[in-house]
Structures are given as structure tokens and as C-alpha cells.
Design a protein around this ligand. Structure first.
Ligand code: ZN
Length: 101
């Protein structure tokens, strides 16, 4: 029975060694077999965790597309403009005020 435990131990050591080796190799090139999804390394989600998205509109300041439901809205010249953030909205407002005055 002792040999069985030794075999098991050897297997665990081998598996550990292979994983360590894969990790060191993985830093140099992509190793899809050992590519494990880690739950702790997910980039922060946007404010809303809901997946539903309405229409997408282009932010005229930075050019990125934002959901019209999550965007910062501004009425301008009879149309509603959508901005990704308050910063972009304020920037746009500041720029148009300069032109208008
Ligand atoms: Zn923006």
C-alpha cells in the first residue's frame, strides 16, 4: 500500500512542477492549454452591472461609443448629445460656450 501513496505523491509533485514550468513559459509566449480564467483578475465593471444596453451614441469629445441609457446627456441645437462622462460633457459645454459668445 505504501507504493500507492508514493505514486500519488509523485503525481502531485509532477503536476505542481508542470504547472510551475507552464507559468514560467507562459510569461514568454502564449500557452493556451494552461490558460486559466482567474476570477480575481477581472477589470472593474462600469457603474451598471445590468447587461441590457439601449442605443449607442458617439461621444463628440473623445469619440467613444456610449450607451444612451448610461451616458451624460446634453441638449444642444435641438438634438441630444451623449457623453461618456461628466468631464467630456463639461469640456464640450465649455468649448461651445466659447464659440457662442
Ligand atoms: Zn468621452
Amino acid at each position: 500500500m505504501g507504493s500507492f501513496i508514493l505514486d500519488l505523491l509523485e503525481f502531485v509533485v509532477l503536476a505542481f512542477f508542470l504547472r510551475a514550468m507552464a507559468r514560467s513559459l507562459g510569461s514568454r509566449f502564449h500557452f493556451p492549454v494552461f490558460h486559466v480564467r482567474t476570477s480575481g483578475n477581472v477589470p472593474p465593471r462600469p457603474r451598471s452591472t445590468e447587461t441590457h444596453q439601449g442605443e449607442m451614441a458617439r461621444d463628440p469629445v473623445c469619440g467613444m461609443f456610449v450607451s444612451t441609457e448610461l451616458s451624460q446627456k446634453l441638449r444642444h441645437g435641438g438634438e441630444t448629445l451623449h457623453f461618456c462622462s461628466r468631464t467630456c460633457l463639461e469640456k464640450f459645454r465649455k468649448d461651445t460656450e466659447h464659440v457662442a459668445s
